[in-house]
Ligand binder design. Structure first.
Ligand SMILES: *[C@@H]1O[C@H](CO)[C@@H](O)[C@H](O)[C@H]1NC(C)=O
Ligand SMILES: *[C@@H]1O[C@H](CO)[C@@H](O)[C@H](O)[C@H]1NC(C)=O
Ligand SMILES: *[C@@H]1O[C@H](CO)[C@@H](O)[C@H](O)[C@H]1NC(C)=O
Length: 849
């Protein structure tokens, strides 16, 4: 009896072990849980991506493999986050399907990954196809290459949420477009993640008696934003692996409110109504509110604008969590969607019951076709009629989904690429068409990736994100470029890059040999806790930047590590080390040393405690800088640039001047950083350098762009944009604005000429700027962004004018007289002296006389 029981127990134990190990294998092999599939199409073995997710081969899901071939991409774009799943594809020349079995009554997140490139000698521009999932049409006549071009992205990710009501099978069918000669379909990766049913009904805005049954519909994710917070990678979002983006690029106008973060005493508490899978903690513990001034708040709407396709219904999900106030009727506001009231008198505490309790609300709106209708506006305004304690509004997160129409269709038209990009691509193609190469595909692939990369990469964050696919980017995708808006201390940043042909990471020592310190990899690992994620303070195309401690914890440093799996950036690393090891200046960031071991390329810099200039103007959870601080920072940065142009043996052109490349140390001293694109040479002083255009969009000198000839006046142009950014408190490019306002340089210049520039002044500094100072500053900025380089002042002039503006600010009356006198001497004296500060020591301080 006893024995029988024992053997029974043993049997059970063994059974459980076997079951567990099977589960383990299943769980591992298929991604996040046993009902999920993560598949690298056209791949014959498992592969791991840069986040450590395992992708399975696709063949066992193919319904028939007759008309499909596995193919390898001919070219690896440097912006690809990882070779898996993008470097392999499955190509279909006629209709073909995948079949996944899923339990019925299941909802799944379904993601498609496309990397348009040459596969099996097929031209990427011939890939035109439709995709259906059971009865739903997800895409129609889709061109991945046109879409990628319009979005200035190397690859595309589309995310859908599909209800599987009846059948237990999910059939994904690819159909090449019949009307297009030689059309084929392809796919690089498929993710299918089982999800809880998080959708119910959404009230139609403007028709309180009508609701959309979201639960039976399929959805396409268009936008998913962590409002007032930062980019959240899929690895930080439970098993649903969603990506959340920063909302800044979608904010309308200069009045962007303020961001705040829950302090440690307030715990964000999930509930059965709002469980953790609705949105991660980071979404609910950061927020954007309107600001402290009730009068200002009553005069504006906190507004976001999104590009969408007409003729569809959209569900807008608002995520709220008030961790600042705790009582009903303290903060009450109205919510508008496309100019209609979605919700009057919203009171987060009344909904959620307490401080720190998350709550979400869904509204639906139909967007019809008509001029200006391809946008969705979301706005918040204090509800004065409720007489709340504070006239304010709050938002923590926002998701926008497109719902299938009555035919079960979700597909919209292909986007139209910007003419400027098409032109740039054509030019680049001419220049770089390798004579010995056979296929055009290679050229196009290479260009889309490499050469266009340069301009494009920055756009990746801007244009890209605001077009439809935005929210579908991956963790790695758009996210990798996010430092533009992303990480709070992007102490170095992504930039547009061309994939320089480089032969590996070997020459750092010979470049910088005795000039700066050589660290061992052990020291670096020790300094960063083995590259612990919690130490990451910035992410860029080259890899990550960590905060570290060296010399037994006595010195804080920023450690920039080139992504070991990519060769991208090798050239830039070399340039940076070459430049920085020779330059020392108060207003240039200092390189402390480097590490070159085990194929790693690591640079070590002074740590800049206050991060980037941008995050103190309109991005980041920081109180905005005062006008005087801004002025002093601009002066410091101008000094650094002036030194680059005139102070060293040869002129150095920075080529990537922007607010994220101006860093601030603990005493708010401005330091110019990121010399990866810099150019120098003996002939730069007199003439110009003819080169491939690099730099960041929004800051790019139009003359340089047209003529591809580089002079130091290109830096002056970019610096002019920085000055306007500082004055107006908005990004250099904001694609969500009406066309004429998208480019800050153009819009500010236009306003300045019409005399309306003051109207777009950053509300945070309105009232702080003296009229004389404002006039000088605005004039200087406008001259910097003159169309022709010849009409722009030198960096020395700019510096002088800014110093003068500062004096006008501090002592408006006295400076008048000095203006006429000092101007001439200072200007004629510039550039003569190799010590940048000497030229300005002549500058008289009027208040001192
Ligand atoms: C939207 O629908 C209208 C009316 O059916 C049609 O004329 C228009 O072309 C559609 N627009 C788009 C962008 O599909
Ligand atoms: C805010 O938006 C609503 C809806 O579009 C509009 O009626 C109202 O005038 C706006 N208020 C301000 C101050 O712009
Ligand atoms: C989306 O498709 C489902 C299933 O076909 C349908 O029941 C639903 O009404 C559609 N949604 C809309 C908004 O037409």
């Amino acid at each position: 009896m006893k024995d029988k029981l024992r053997s029974h127990l043993w049997f059970h134990l063994v059974y459980i072990c076997v079951a567990l190990s099977i589960l383990h294998v299943l769980g591992k092999s298929s991604g996040t849980n046993s009902q999920s599939y993560v598949i690298a199409c056209g791949s014959s073995s498992r592969g791991t991506d840069s986040d450590g997710r395992v992708w399975m081969p696709d063949s066992k899901f193919l319904v028939s493999s007759a008309d499909s071939v596995p193919a390898a991409a001919a070219f690896q774009d440097p912006s690809l986050p990882s070779t898996v799943p993008y470097m392999s594809a499955r190509v279909f020349t006629s209709q073909a399907s995948y079949r996944f079995s899923v339990p019925s009554k299941t909802r799944v997140w379904f993601r498609l990954h496309f990397y348009p490139c040459t596969y099996s000698n097929l031209d990427p521009s011939d890939a035109y196809f439709g995709v259906t999932a059971n009865e739903f049409t997800l895409m129609n006549n889709f061109s991945a290459s046109i879409t990628a071009q319009a979005l200035t992205q190397a690859y595309i990710i589309r995310e859908f949420s599909l209800p599987l009501v009846e059948s237990g099978d999910l059939n994904i069918t690819f159909t090449p477009t019949v009307a297009h000669d030689g059309a084929y379909a392809f796919i690089n990766g498929i993710e299918m993640i089982r999800m809880p049913d998080i959708f119910e009904q959404a009230t139609m805005v403007g028709f309180s008696d009508q609701a959309v049954t979201v639960d039976v519909s399929s959805l396409q994710t268009l936008y998913r934003l962590n409002v007032g917070g930062q980019y959240i990678p899929p690895t930080n979002d439970s098993s649903l692996t969603r990506t959340w983006y920063d909302d800044t690029p979608y904010l309308f106008g200069a009045a962007a409110g303020v961001t705040s973060e829950a302090d440690k005493n307030v715990k964000v508490q999930y509930s059965p109504d709002v469980p953790e899978y609705i949105a991660p903690l980071d979404v609910y513990s950061t927020a954007r509110t309107m600001g402290p001034d009730p009068k200002v708040n009553q005069n504006y709407n906190l507004t976001w604008v999104f590009q969408i396709d007409a003729n569809f219904t959209y569900v807008v999900r608002f995520h709220f969590c008030d961790f600042l106030l705790s009582k009903v009727n303290q903060r009450v506001f109205d919510i508008f969607v496309n100019n209609q009231t979605a919700q009057a008198a919203a009171d987060v505490i009344a909904w959620s019951g307490s401080e720190g309790a998350p709550v979400y609300k869904d509204f639906a709106a139909y967007v019809s076709d008509g001029p200006g209708d391809e946008q969705l506006w979301v706005a918040l305004h204090p509800s004065a009629s409720m007489k709340p304690e504070y006239y304010d509004a709050i938002l923590n997160g926002l998701e926008i989904f497109k719902i299938n129409d009555s035919n079960g269709n979700l597909a919209g038209p292909n986007p139209v690429p910007s003419q400027m990009l098409v032109h740039a691509e054509a030019e680049a193609a001419k220049k770089f068409a390798p004579s010995g190469h056979s296929g055009t595909g290679q050229v196009i692939g290479g260009i889309a990736g490499g050469v266009l990369g340069f301009i494009v990469v920055v756009l990746v964050c801007l244009f890209v994100r605001h077009r439809r696919n935005v929210a579908n980017g991956t963790e790695s995708g758009v996210g990798k470029w996010l430092p533009l808006y992303g990480s709070s201390h992007a102490s170095t940043t992504s930039k547009s890059t061309i994939s320089g042909k480089s032969n590996g990471s070997s020459h750092l020592s010979s470049l910088a040999g005795g000039l700066c310190r050589h660290f061992s990899l052990f020291e670096i690992k020790h300094a960063t806790k083995s590259f612990d994620e919690s130490r990451v303070i910035g992410v860029g195309g080259f890899g990550k930047v960590y905060k570290g401690m060296i010399d037994g914890g006595s010195t804080q440093v920023a450690i920039k590590r080139s992504n070991p799996s990519s060769e991208q950036g090798v050239h830039e690393f070399e340039t940076e080390i070459e430049m920085l090891s020779k330059l020392r200046h108060k207003h240039l960031v200092s390189l402390i040393g480097f590490c070159e071991e085990d194929g790693e390329m690591i640079l070590v810099y002074d740590y800049m405690a206050n991060g980037t200039l941008r995050e103190h103007i309109y991005k980041g959870n920081k109180p905005p800088l005062s006008w005087k601080q801004r002025l002093e920072i601009c002066i410091g940065a101008a000094r650094g640039l002036h030194y680059l142009h005139t102070g060293a043996k040869y002129t150095i052109i920075h080529r990537d001047v922007k607010t994220t490349n101006i860093l601030l140390d603990e005493k708010w001293v401005a330091k110019v950083s990121d010399f990866g694109l810099s150019k120098t040479g003996p002939n730069l002083n007199q003439t110009h350098v003819s080169t491939v255009v690099k730099g960041s969009f929004g800051y790019l000198d139009p003359e340089y762009f047209r003529r591809q000839q580089l002079t130091e006046k290109s830096d002056v142009y970019s610096f002019g944009v920085v000055l306007f950014e500082v004055l107006c408190g908005r990004p250099a490019l904001n694609p969500s604005l009406p066309k004429e306002q998208v480019s800050l340089a153009d819009w500010a210049r236009h306003c300045h000429r019409k005399g309306t520039l003051e109207e777009i002044l950053d509300p945070h500094i309105k009232g702080q700027v003296s009229p004389e100072c404002y006039k000088k500053f605005a004039e200087t900025a406008e001259k910097c962004v003159a169309d022709r380089g010849l009409d722009r002042p030198s960096m020395g002039d700019v510096l002088w004018n800014l110093e003068f503006a500062l004096q006008l600010q501090e002592n408006p009356g006295a400076a008048k007289f000095e203006a006429e006198h000092v101007d001439a001497t200072a200007v004629s004296g510039e550039n003569q002296d190799s010590n940048p500060n000497a030229a300005f020591s002549q500058l008289v301080n009027p208040s001192g006389r």
